[in-house]
Design a protein around this ligand. Sequence first.
Ligand SMILES: [Zn+2]
Ligand SMILES: [Zn+2]
Length: 424
Amino acid sequence: MSLEEDYRNLKQSAEAKINGEAENNISRNRFSSLLVSKDRNFLLSPDGTKVEVSELEGKVVGLYFSANWYPPCRNFTQILIDAYEHLNSNGCNFEVVFVSSDEDLNAFNNYRALMPWLSIPFSDLETKKALDRKFNVEGIPCLIILQPKDNKDEATLQDGVEILYRFGVQAFPFTKQRLQELELQEREKHECQTLTNLLTINDRDYLFGHPAPKQVPVDSLVGKTVGLFFSAQWCRPGVKFTPKLVSIYHKIKQMLTPNANDEDFEIVFVSSDCDQPGFDSYFNTMPWLALPFGDPTVKSLTKHFDVQGIPCLIILGPDGKTITKHGRSLINLYQENAYPFTEAKVDLLEKQMDEEAKNLPRSEYHAGHKHELTLVCQETGGGPFICCDCDEQGSGWAYQCLDCGYEVHPKCIRAVDFGSMLEK
Ligand SMILES: [Zn+2]
Ligand SMILES: [Zn+2]
């Protein structure tokens, strides 16, 4: 090694040391200035022992604002526990600090007992308030994620809750760069989305048909319009919607059979049932295909399509690309006529509906409601609603009782039998 090289190495290592110290200072000061109070330099561990704030050094830290009494918090706490345990068992340096909005010490202690991470003591209101202010916390649950070596505001993530729901543990270490990568991956995945890559996994390239466990190759659906039906037997609206979807499924199939070759509609049940018997008995009521119960694809599809609630019907076109995520409400509005669910078809149906509505009476009495109902559309006070007669979603034209908030689909109006009313 030449003298010159030697010198360069020495200089580099000295620089690295200085930078390292500077970084350590940032993290030490940073977490301390946020989490230490004038008479406390520790946090509480799950069993109540004291852990010095300085132990957070070098870790990615999530400040978790939450409260026991609020169900969305309880839901997210479980998501965060799973992520936390997964990350820490894989050697990731991730810590969470609970910032409680619980009502009293008892509630705090009960909630904290569920959490494998650290907490700010319940009595330290001042620190909690200061954190609230500093990070502009507007609602709970809220997860603020701080980087160990970067104390700039841009490096802090405010929307840890959404990020974990959307990307899960993949988002670690929760840097802006990592999120950009994930967003790019997601875009690419949607761009190259095909039926085969959506519905197959490793060694499973089939779906279940009837009589179960008949196997139907996923490839046999390529070129068809396919509905992905997310539902579960424990979901009452899902169970209620199913027979309706079954009858419309048969009608669409019937419409298509005259030209034997273009029978090109299928539905695939994507189950979030809790157990195999639940899945079996529910799937028995459906004439279409299903992913196997508990298949990992269920989770990946839910995430891929960002399914927020069930029942949900996603429609894929013959090329495997998404046509609409609103299959359910299109079925409710237009029944079998909604097929093939394309934008052009929906535009046409909307125009037809506007045309038909011109001939509808401005007001109606409905057998299910005591007041007169007024016809409304989007522009005159209608909007997305739940039909009080069939309990299904609607939008656009509706008969409405403003006083009661009662609203029904025009097709659900049942005439009042005035004769029998008079007899009573
Ligand atoms: Zn209705
Ligand atoms: Zn009313």
